[in-house]
Ligand binder design. Structure first.
Ligand SMILES: Nc1ncnc2c1ncn2[C@@H]1O[C@H](COP(=O)(O)OP(=O)(O)OP(=O)(O)O)[C@@H](O)[C@H]1O
Ligand SMILES: [Mg+2]
Length: 226
């Protein structure tokens, strides 16, 4: 489903140029659960941003769901992002003034779904993450783990083909992190494709495959025994 061929990404030019990704090639199949690991500055976020259509590679080809992404315009890119991809971030990225259900339903504003339908879908997703009873709470009225659940519900609301999570447990204590990982595992078992960046080995162990990066290249790509 994800096919990356010889992609590179550099920032800046001349003497200050940084080659954040160097000639990376790999495939990710439907319903894989992949963890991307590596030290700070190894290129993980750069890689995820390209996979998530938030950024384009300087060189190389990227195709998602049999569609070549690397050379399309920004408008088409944001359309693909909206329809095919769900994002989860370390710092949740919820809108503080919106209730949980409105946060979850937000991506549906850019579709032709009616507000009523959108709200129902939002509630359905909150139920999926065990937070239906908190649907009218604002982010500041919720714990970190609950906020991340809302963000996961929002990532799911468009029924995305793939979820990209950049350190989804980075701001959570270990108990809450494991709860969030159980939730992601559950979604994976229901068929969801997930690509997640993490620094923590015990979090990466939830995945089926671990890709390790260093200085912009993939240095290891292992299937985990489960
Ligand atoms: N917008 C940018 N402009 C210039 N250099 C950048 C930019 N974004 C990232 N870099 C550089 O590219 C390299 C890879 O950065 P990246 O953010 O992908 O690392 P990372 O593996 O996600 O690190 P971390 O674990 O700290 O999040 C780093 O050397 C970084 O300084
Ligand atoms: Mg990063």
């Amino acid at each position: 489903m994800i096919k990356v061929s010889n992609i590179s990404r550099s920032y800046g030019s001349g003497e200050t140029q940084v080659n954040a990704l160097k000639d990376v090639s790999l495939h990710i199949k439907e319903n894989e659960f992949v963890a991307v690991m590596g030290t700070s500055g190894s290129g993980k976020s750069t890689f995820m941003n390209i996979l998530g259509c938030l950024d384009s590679p300087t060189n190389g080809d990227y195709s998602l769901d049999n569609q070549v992404i690397s050379d399309i315009d920004d408008v088409s890119l944001s359309k693909i992002r909206n329809q095919k991809i769900g994002f989860i971030f370390q710092t949740f990225h919820l809108l503080p003034r919106l209730s949980a259900v409105d946060n979850v339903a937000l991506p549906l504003r850019y579709t032709d779904m009616s507000p009523q339908e959108a709200k129902e879908r939002g509630l359905e997703m909150l139920e999926k993450v065990g937070l239906k009873s908190r649907s009218h709470h604002k982010p500041f009225e919720m714990s970190g783990g609950q906020r991340q659940r809302v963000a996961i519900a929002r990532a799911l609301v468009n029924k995305p083909q793939v979820i990209f999570a950049d350190e989804p447990t980075g701001n959570l204590d270990s108990k809450t992190s494991y709860e969030i990982m159980d939730l992601l595992t559950n979604l994976h078992q229901q068929g969801q494709t997930i690509v997640m960046v993490t620094h923590e080995e015990d979090i990466a162990e939830y995945a089926q495959r671990i890709i390790r990066m260093k200085d912009g290249v993939v240095i290891e790509d292992t299937q985990c025994q489960k």
